[in-house]
Every structure is written in C-alpha cells, then in structure tokens.
Design a protein around this ligand. Sequence first.
Ligand code: ATP
Ligand code: MG
Length: 249
Amino acid sequence: MDDIAADPSHPRYASLLMRHRLEVAAERGMLAGSAMIAHGRGEAFDYLLGERTTESARQASLQALAHLHHATRPVLSVNGNVAALASDAMLRLAAFLSCPLEVNIFYRTPERMKAILSFLDERKNALGLDVEVLGHAPDATIPGLKGPRAACHKDGILTSDAILVPLEDGDRCEALVNMGKTVIVIDLNPLSRSARLATVTIVDELSRALEIMLDATEDLTKLAIDADYDHRDVLDAGLQEMLNGLKKD
Ligand code: ATP
Ligand code: MG
C-alpha cells in the first residue's frame, strides 16, 4: 500500500509518505476537493513544531486514551483524510477499545462514503481485526447541524459518551460538545475552533498521535484520567512550542 519512490532514510520521508497516502486516497475517490488544503494547513503547523511530538502533545494523547478507555460507549470518527492517512492505526485503536469506528464526513456523498467504507473494509481484513465499522446506514442526526453532515448512527456517534474526532470541523466539534460528550480532537492547529472547543486536544500530527496512544495501550498503568488536566494550559503549551521554534536561530 505504501509503495513510494522515496527512500525511508530521506529526511522528509514521513511527510512524503503521508502525501502519497492522500494521492492514493484521492484516486480511489475517498477525498473531498478541499482535503489537500486541509492537509497543507496541518503540514505548515507541523513544520513549526519541528515535525515531532512535544511533551504537551504526549500528555494530551495519554489523557485522550484514558478518557476513551474509561468511557462506557467510546466511538472513533473517521473522515476522508483520517481514512487515507491512518486507517490501520484507527482500526487497531478501535480493536483495543472494543468500540466502533464511524465514517462521518463533512461533504457526504454516497460515492465517497462507499469509497471510504470499502477501503476500511480492505484494511480491516488485511489486519485480521474484528471491528464494527459504521456509517453505511445513518439513522440519527447530530442536534444543531443541518443537512447531510448531521447524519450519524444511533448506536455509534449519537449515543457515545466519548468520541475521538481527528481533524474535525469546528461546527461539528461544537455540536458534539453541546451534546455533553467528552470530545477528543487531534489537530495541528492550536488556534482552530475544534482545538479550542474540545475536551482534550492533541496538537500533533495524526499518525504520530495515534502511535503514542497505541504504544500506551501496552502499559495500562498509565491509563488513569488526570483530574487536574487543564485543556487550555496544554493547548497553550502547544502554541508556545511553535513560537519557541520560530525564535530558534
Ligand atoms: P475549524 O473548523 O476547527 O475552525 P478549519 O476550518 O481551519 O478549523 P478544517 O479544514 O475544518 O480546519 O480542519 C482541518 C484541520 O486539521 C486543520 O486545522 C489542520 O491544521 C488539521 N490537520 C490537517 N492534517 C493534519 C494531520 N495530518 N494531523 C493533524 N492535524 C491535521
Ligand atoms: Mg472548519
């Protein structure tokens, strides 16, 4: 799947690999027209971070995993970019949590939904994982949203108590927060509405953040929810890391 021309020793290999995954996904009809723009914005912020996981991002990832692990009905939301970049990691995390993955895209068309669902199905079979993948038959709506982007599954997003929504749009993030859910966002832009509104925001590149979470599943002793966790403090620390990066000579 990841057969790219670049050598893994290339200093920008990880970035080239992610771009390649998006190209493949675009060819399969999984992405909206604006997907590359959203990715480019993420890349710019990642550059400011030095394309590495910061201490505050690691802390946020562990808090996120603790919330998902201790939730009664966790769910992982997947859009086109997330499916393109990190299907395997999302499926592995869902398998660990014994929770469903729900495909929930901003620009919902039957063709894109089908393309994403069939890609996830392929990866699920290739990995031999038993994960429930939802999105094919929405039977509920997210209150406060209009049109096709409100569609969701009753047994998935609607009744979940904790939800991981990587690269989520601000409107939808707000609607999920208003439903009283624990909302966990992965977003490289610490200034986005999603990043600010969420319960826990991981300011890190999607695949790196998921790697930290998956590594942490090996040691369950780290999985306590930190009652003193301060979302705004951690978010501001992410922004500060970027400002420090800019000041370096
Ligand atoms: P908001 O709707 O929250 O105000 P926005 O409209 O500016 O934000 P969207 O296009 O809705 O942004 O969401 C995409 C977000 O995902 C961007 O903030 C971008 O920085 C981030 N992003 C893109 N690719 C990645 C990635 N691989 N890892 C982490 N974050 C990413
Ligand atoms: Mg948006």
